[in-house]
Design a protein around this ligand. Sequence first.
Ligand code: 6R9
Length: 695
Amino acid sequence: MWLPCGCTSKYVASSFARRTLASYLHVSGRSRCNVAAFMPEAAGLEGVSGRAALRELSVSNSESFWAAVARHRLCWSTPFHTVQDCDLSRGKIKWFEGGKLNVSVNCLDRHVHTCPERVALIWERDERGSEMKYTYGELLEMTCRLGNLLRRHGVKRGDCVTIYMPTCPLAVASMLACARIGAAHNVVFAGFSADALAERIRDGEMLLLIITVNQGVRGGKVTELKKTVDTAMQSCPTVKQVFVAMRTDNPVTMTARDIAMEEVREQKANQILEIQIQAVEGEFDVVCEPAVMNSEDVLFLLYTSGSTGKPKGLVHTQAGYLLYAALTHRYVFSYHDGDVFGCVADIGWITGHSYVVYGPLANGATTVLFESTPIYPDPGRYWDMVERLKINQFYGAPTAIRLLLKYGDQWVNKYDRSTLKTLGSVGEPINTEAWEWYHRVVGDGRCPVVDTWWQTETGGICIAPRPSDPDAEIVPGMAMRPFFGINPVLMDTEGEVLTSNNTSGALCMAQPWPGMARTIHNNHQRFIDTYFQPYPGYFFTGDGAYRSEEGYYQITGRLDDVINVSGHRIGTAEIEDVVCPAVAESAVVGYTHSIKGQGVYAFVVLKKGIDVQEADLSRQLNGMVSEKIAKYASPDFIQFAKRLPKTRSGKIMRRVLRKVVESDLEGLGDLSTLDDPAAVQEIIQDLCLCMNTYF
Ligand code: 6R9
């Protein structure tokens, strides 16, 4: 049986609940008052008299904390018996075992139960002023229809469905439909090329079905998504069916494998009995029985770049992920019932998963689906949208803020932004100038700006200025404070924990939390090697951080070969792996870029005896990277070199190349391990020439 939200009725009243609640919570009357208003379930935790005490307890007694929150915020069909069973040294992470639930029920049915007419989604379509609203009732119906459709086409619990769609209601319903029937989803960013899509489909041999649209529309430009899928299919023999929805009116060529979603919708009307339509509570006539899922069953895979050429399919599971997304959404942004939450991320990234879809919907929020770009049709797009949709929390990326800052304040001031209460930033460090502009101009100096640090791997926000006391200071450009249950540590180069403040080191987490990824699809060893082996007993984030005198955290950037272009992670090795017959070897590094945060700089060594025009080859290489990966990964600079600086064992010294590109010749460091230090001098000379030809 599925229980309504709040979980105060049947569940808490059961004797099991009373028993387990007593064992997890130390109920105390003392601390009820002020904490209860902030977080109702925390009122029962012993010794919690204020927010600081709550934060402390969430780390020192994280089981009590997470048990209380999980009981209060999720609807369970069977309660969990074990809060956590984790061993970071082995990469073993399990939360809420024994518990059974369905994520789509938590995101939809329980809100439909209490307020079916509440708007769940506002689709801010690319065409300005043509937004569409969908209530929780409508989203549930769409999800159920899709769930039934997937089931009829043989998708079972444990299967995986690839979704290659722009941000739109059907994409959200597809994700939730998978969750409803117990299938995992694998959303692939619709900006990825056919090769990148195919690679992500092939990585999991269980992937058999794809949902896409005929064409995407973004910034007034049409992208041929269905054609890209067709190309990808040439190397994906396991895919049996492709569902195609229509975003534009332009027909596309359909093959025997393709099924038009519109036709399916019409067919369905004639098959009313077959798909078991029942009348439930009056107007909701479409029923798709939710699968009863274990807490640790897979909810989704999401591919992200690592420091090798092969992207990692990170796996998130049901209960822990949903709980963490919901709690962070509620407290970092101070989301309250009735607010309109505007996260402009694409659903193809983890930010879209956690703060466009799962977090807001679990909290019964109205969430915005942004299909366009910050400058289409003009640089006022975001703020016009804020005025029209009455957005209360706006969550975006520093790269867009930097871009808009350059267009000037008038594009912001034109629009009424008085509904805004909190501004968020994610994806990369936000520089002080952009932070201050965001705060002063966009937020009129009255909205807290939360710089949120987190990763695909962490599932949700781990470090952010809020929650904290309403008047607690916020330092520009700093993520600052760990979230509930998060215990960050900094490590020195010897692998020792740095205990003092005013220090920098490798950012690790000393404790597990429910939102963290559970494994890398098909490669648990890589999961262990990447995240748990570098600092045994700790989760290694791959980022460096500085801890200030006051104990606040500031992220300083990646420590591995991953670069961050406009908030999109890309492994340098992925770009280097794009092979061109004329190229003998290449090395890719990131450099500081005023809008994108980081740009891509490629050093290329040609094969002997090759006679090509460098400009032609540059164009060709750029085209190949766009085709094999995505446009954003294309190098900004390509420098042709005679040779690359290498160690005696033959490893390319990217550290040195990074310094050269950043013009930090003082910081080149120890060159004694180089096979031939003259190679660096050659590169420096050529770099000057190369830069001159570009500017
Ligand atoms: C959510 C997301 C994760 C990497 C992460 C870090 C960088 C994200 C940041 C930030 C500085 C912030 N990053 N947020 N760096 N300040 N507030 O972006 O996930 O795509 O997996 O990227 O992005 O380097 O390790 P993902």
